[in-house]
Write a protein that binds this ligand. Structure first.
Ligand SMILES: *Cc1c(COP(=O)(O)O)cnc(C)c1O
Length: 380
C-alpha cells in the first residue's frame, strides 16, 4: 500500500518529488490588491480591505458581523475576555486541539477543563459535556460555577477538527442550559456545514482561521463572527488600543491585534475564489475515496468520514488505521519519500502545564491520536 499511495499522491499533485501537507494557492487578485495597499499607503488595520474582507466573510458564512484579527489566537483571546474569562475562571475545551486554545486560556490566568472527543467526529462529545456539568456545575445568578473549585465556568470551546463538524447543535443546547458562552473554534472548518448551517454559526460566536495552511489564507489572520451587534462592537474595541489617546482607561483591558490591510487584501483575493477552493477540496476528497476503496475492502484502513448531515470543507483528508503500528509505518514510509503525512497533535491534556487540569478521561482523543494519519490536501 505504501508505494502505491506515494505514487498515487505524486500523480494527483503532478509532482515527481516532495508533496507538502498543505500549501496556499494564489491564483487571483492577491498581487493587485497588495500593490494597491502599498500605493495608497493604507497598510495598517484602518484600511478598506479590512472592511471588505469582513463583509465577504460574513456574507459567505451568513453571519451579521465579522471582526478580523491578526491571528485566530487573537480572536480567541478577545472572545474569551468578552465571555468574562480571567483569573479564577475555567473554560471547557477538548484534549485533541491546537495548543492555541489552552494556551490562550492559560495566558488569561484561567484553567482549561478537558472534555473528551467522540471517535466519530473528533470533536467534543456533547454527552460527556452534559455529564461533566451535571456532576460539577451549578448555575447561579452570576453565571455557571464549578461546585468543587468555586470558579466560574465562562466559556466552552469545541473544535471542528480538520474541518469535520462536531455535534455542535447539541453542544449549544448544553451551553444554553448552563449559561455558558459557546465559542466555536472553526479555524479549520471555514466552508464546512452541519445540518445545513455553516460551522462557526452555532456558537454565540465562531472563529475562522486564515494562516498560511488553512483552506483560505491572509498570510496570518483570524475572524470572529457573530449575530450580536454589541458583541461585535466589543470585539472591535477590545482588539484595538486607541491611537493618540492619552486617556489611560481607554487602553485598559485592550489589545492591539486587529488585522492589517495587507493581510486583508490577500484575504479578499482568496474569498473571490472561495467556492472554487471548496469544490476543489471536495473533489480531492472524492479522488482519495476512490483510491482507498480497495484498501477499505481489506479493512486495513478507512478514510475518515462524518455523518450524513455534515458537509465538511475537506481541508485535510485523514486515514484511520486499524493498528497504530501500521499508522506509524505509513507515516515513516510516506515521509521518507517526501510525501508529507502527519499524525494529529499530541494531546494538550498531556502537556506538563495542563496534565493536572480537570475534565473527563481522554480515551477517545488518545485513540484517535494513535490511529489517524492526515494526507496531502493542498489543492492547486
Ligand atoms: C491553525 C489553528 C490555530 C492557530 O491559528 P493562528 O491563526 O495561527 O492563531 C488554532 N486552532 C486550530 C484548531 C487551528 O487549526
Amino acid at each position: 500500500m505504501h508505494s502505491n499511495t506515494v505514487r498515487y499522491i505524486r500523480n494527483l499533485f503532478r509532482s515527481s518529488g516532495a508533496v507538502p501537507l498543505h500549501a496556499p494557492r494564489f491564483v487571483g487578485n492577491e498581487k493587485n490588491y497588495l500593490g494597491s495597499c502599498i500605493e495608497s499607503v493604507e497598510v495598517s488595520s484602518e484600511g478598506e480591505y479590512v472592511e471588505r474582507f469582513e463583509g465577504m466573510v460574513s456574507e459567505y458564512c451568513g453571519a451579521r458581523h465579522a471582526v478580523a484579527f491578526n491571528a485566530s489566537e487573537s480572536a480567541m483571546r478577545v472572545a474569551l475576555v468578552l465571555a468574562g474569562t480571567g483569573p479564577d475562571c475555567e473554560v471547557l475545551t477538548q484534549p485533541l486541539a491546537h495548543a492555541m486554545t489552552a494556551n490562550t486560556v492559560d495566558s488569561l490566568g484561567a484553567e482549561p477543563i478537558f472534555i473528551d472527543v467522540e471517535r466519530k467526529t473528533m470533536g467534543m462529545d456533547p454527552d460527556r459535556l452534559r455529564e461533566f456539568l451535571a456532576y460539577n456545575a451549578e448555575v447561579r445568578d452570576e453565571g455557571c460555577f464549578n461546585r468543587r473549585t468555586q470558579r466560574r465556568i465562562t466559556a466552552c470551546v469545541p473544535v471542528h477538527i480538520l474541518g469535520f463538524p462536531c455535534r455542535i447543535d447539541e453542544i449549544r443546547t448544553v451551553c444554553d442550559e448552563y449559561g455558558i458562552m459557546l465559542i466555536e473554534d472553526a479555524t479549520e472548518a471555514f466552508g464546512s456545514s452541519y445540518k445545513g448551517t455553516m460551522a462557526g454559526r452555532f456558537g454565540h460566536c465562531g472563529i475562522y482561521g486564515f494562516e498560511g495552511h488553512k483552506i483560505a489564507t491572509c498570510g496570518d489572520g483570524g475572524v470572529l463572527v457573530c449575530d450580536d451587534e454589541a458583541l461585535a462592537e466589543a470585539a472591535r474595541s477590545t482588539g484595538t488600543i486607541p491611537y493618540l489617546s492619552d486617556a489611560k482607561e481607554a487602553a485598559q483591558g485592550r489589545f492591539s491585534c486587529r488585522m492589517s490591510n495587507l493581510n486583508a487584501a490577500v484575504g479578499c483575493a482568496q474569498m473571490e475564489h472561495m467556492k472554487t477552493i471548496v469544490t476543489k477540496q471536495r473533489d480531492l476528497a472524492r479522488r482519495y475515496q476512490e483510491f482507498f476503496a480497495d484498501y477499505e475492502e481489506e479493512e486495513e484502513v478507512k478514510l475518515f468520514r462524518v455523518k450524513k448531515q455534515s458537509e465538511p470543507n475537506c481541508w485535510l483528508n485523514a486515514l484511520l488505521f486499524e493498528a497504530p503500528e501500521d499508522r506509524d509505518a505509513f507515516l515513516d514510509a510516506t515521509n521518507a519519500e517526501g510525501v508529507a503525512t502527519s499524525a494529529l497533535w499530541p494531546l494538550i491534556s498531556d502537556l506538563p502545564r495542563f496534565c493536572e487540569c480537570a475534565g473527563t478521561d481522554a480515551d477517545n482523543a488518545r485513540w484517535l491520536q494513535a490511529h489517524i494519519a492526515t494526507l496531502p490536501s493542498g489543492v492547486r
